[in-house]
Design a protein around this ligand. Sequence first.
Ligand code: RIB
Ligand code: CA
Length: 313
Amino acid sequence: MLLDCDTGIDDALAIITAGRAPGVDLVGIGCTWGNIDVDQAVRNSHHLLTLLGRTDIPVARGAAGPLDGSPPVYSPHVHGRDGAGNVGAVDHVPQVSPESAAEQLLRLSREHEGILHIVAVGPLTNLALALETDPDLAGRVAHVTIMGGAALSPGNVTAAAEANIFHDPEAAAIVFAAPWPMTMVGLDVTMRSLITEKHRARLAAGGSVARHCAAILDHYFDFYTGVTGRRCAGNHDALAVAVAAGLVQATLSPVVHVEVDTSDGPSRGSTVADLRGMWADHPPVAGARHRVVLQTSPGFEDTMIALILTADG
Ligand code: RIB
Ligand code: CA
């Protein structure tokens, strides 16, 4: 698995899940701008790998802004100024790969041809850059799973758009159009996989990795209280890792056509999933490549907490 992330709070849980999940060989982390600037994403990723004792996993720096050259917009109100709830290791000096995230992705796609699973949980800029450099990439990758989009749910940054897609719709359009099999783990399911104060209390009583997670979640819950009315948060990015790793079953996930809206109207950055088959129990759609997860098996949040607690040995 190659994880591409904009390492904020829920990305941190995704990194730990990928680093600890049985059967997952995490071969690299690519960082992108998104929740915070790309250098902070690199610092946070490497800090987490250090906590996990997994600095053997390379961390590559990727795009610093969206594909169209517009200035990056970050989310400190959600993830903190440091992307770690303002309690992160701002002085941590990361070990950074000499290659860019797109170069790392291309190299790993050759070294693990036919079996590499990309899990992308931030804006899709790095994946689009890699495809632009080498369109044959799509044929070498086994699968791409993204946290992003919303098929039947409202958006979270605008009424229609989810953050990862909205932050770089042009990149997302390239990634959705590439001829690789894709799974979209969007707000339809991630806003139903909630981490609560109960989970946070269990983490707070754990070892150093777990306590770090409890500390950063405090800020995340502050923001989400304004969204859901209670102290909990959507477990966005770790759920995408869990679907990719088979820790969670996608119990309803039709394979359909999905397009990204790159217009300048109110639905810019939305994912338009053709779910007209829903009235007929989702018959197969000729030529479709986008598996849209609409329902998952319950209980992943507890599995994830257990994985994090074992990270401390
Ligand atoms: O919309 C949720 C997504 O946006 C998550 O990946 C979160 O980390 C942010 O990047
Ligand atoms: Ca993310």
